[in-house]
Design a protein around this ligand. Structure first.
Ligand code: ATP
Ligand code: MG
Length: 233
């Protein structure tokens, strides 16, 4: 079982939004997926109640319950566990980082997010874990100077997961309705982003961890965006 943790001490960057849509995209690609909700706000627990079916189950867990729950998921044959955390530097977030094979740090293209994200990256690295940034809620014009500055800063700091995620109503509609963006608008640009993001995560994982999704091949041919490499600094 591969464990992804969405972490950052900055609130509102899109951890819950991307965690849920990525989990759905992975499920659609054939993985057995479970989400662990470690945020006391319980955004994804509510998302799951709206969803109303157990294909991408969400379990709220406390710090003390995490290890036992991970063992249960492993025994149940889950291949991908996505952990959502609160937007603070808490003991819970640290436990999620320690449990993760890869920590994803969503960042909006502004200075405050960029500064805060580096603090989170250093925390993840101090635990000996791998981290990648994810640039989220970007204005549609991706060549805009703010997005480009964000891309350059995050690449310089280590690694940026592709693609850059644009601010789109599909993400808000999906969150509200207990769906992933690949479900609310299958042929939309947000859905395409999420399939490509899943393909990037697959490429980050050791060979054979996941079934290769069909989108991975599309991705190779249609994008020239930055390929992620793990942060080693
Ligand atoms: N790519 C996007 N396009 C449009 N809206 C987005 C996108 N990503 C996130 N949002 C919106 O931004 C807001 C914050 O997102 P979200 O709740 O996922 O952040 P979070 O990091 O989980 O926050 P918290 O730290 O409070 O848990 C939500 O209203 C969500 O709908
Ligand atoms: Mg959240």
């Amino acid at each position: 079982m591969h464990v992804l943790a969405f972490v950052t001490q900055k609130g509102g960057t899109g951890k819950s939004t991307i965690a849920s849509s990525l989990a759905v995209a992975a499920y659609e690609a054939g993985e057995r997926v479970a989400i662990l909700d470690m945020d006391p706000q319980q955004s994804l627990t509510t998302w799951s109640e709206k969803r109303g079916r157990g294909d991408v189950p969400v379990q709220a867990v406390s710090l003390d319950e995490l290890d036992v729950m991970l063992d249960i998921l492993r025994s149940a044959g889950v291949t991908l566990c996505v952990i959502d955390t609160e937007g603070t530097a808490s003991d819970t977030a640290v436990a999620a980082m320690q449990a993760a094979d890869l920590c994803i740090i969503p960042v909006r293209p502004n200075a405050f997010d960029l500064w805060a994200s580096d603090v989170t990256r250093r925390k993840v690295r101090s635990l000996g874990k791998d981290a990648v940034f994810l640039l989220n809620q970007c204005p549609p014009l991706q060549q805009g100077p703010r997005v480009q500055a964000g891309v350059q800063a995050l690449e310089a700091a280590g690694a940026l997961l592709s693609p850059v995620i644009v601010s789109r109503v599909d993400y808000q509609d999906a969150g509200r309705s207990g769906a992933g963006v690949t479900e609310v608008n299958r042929s939309g640009l947000a859905a395409e982003e999420m399939r490509k993001l899943w393909a990037s995560v697959v490429r980050q994982a050791p060979a054979g961890t996941f079934a290769t999704p069909p989108a991975a091949q599309d991705h190779e041919t249609v994008t020239t965006e930055t390929e992620a490499t793990l942060i080693s600094a």
